[in-house]
Write a protein that binds this ligand. Structure first.
Ligand SMILES: [Cu+2]
Length: 171
């Protein structure tokens, strides 16, 4: 009888140990990311998809002719990826470089960094903070400048994965 009593705690300890191990293993799997806010998008967010492209990537296009951009202001939504295609229709090299402000910190520049005459460079970026930013051609920083306005991103995202982005997807 004394032997049985002695065994009991050992058994309990064993059971507890097994349990702990099982729970530990399960805990790891629970750590998988829980990010599915996209799943619940209100149908009210049918914001008339006017100018700005929808569904994720916003696509803008700027053309360089002579020593000038054809646009002096651009607009994108905060926190959403966008691309700017710089078509260089000029006879000289240009680029398009976004800075926090004139003379400020670099945010993003076209690839390639120097866009030869007759070719196209692409700038891809996401700017988290709304506000006014500055862009220029680094080769002609006094002649080729503009403002890029980053608007607060709100009820845009038409949830549906429908591909109704811009129709001008060249290439
Ligand atoms: Cu230039």
């Amino acid at each position: 009888m004394s032997q049985r009593l002695w065994l009991l705690p050992v058994l309990i300890a064993t059971v507890l140990a097994v349990f702990a191990a099982a729970c530990g293993g399960g805990g790891g799997e629970q750590a998988t990311a829980t990010r599915s806010p996209a799943a619940r998008v209100s149908p009210a967010a049918t914001a008339t998809a006017a100018g700005t492209a929808a569904a994720g990537a916003q696509q803008l296009e700027v053309t360089a002719r002579g020593i000038a951009f054809d646009k002096a202001s651009l607009q994108v939504a905060a926190g959403q990826p966008f691309t700017i295609r710089l078509k260089n229709d000029a006879q000289v090299t240009h680029n398009l470089h976004i800075y926090t402000k004139k003379g400020g910190d670099s945010i993003a520049v076209t690839q390639p960094d120097r866009v030869p005459a007759g070719s196209t460079g692409v700038l891809s970026a996401t700017i988290a903070q709304a506000g006014d930013y500055y862009f220029q051609c680094d080769i002609h920083p006094s002649a080729m400048t503009g403002k890029i306005t980053v608007g607060a991103a709100q009820s845009r995202l038409p949830a549906g994965s429908s591909t109704q982005t811009g129709s001008s997807s060249g290439y």
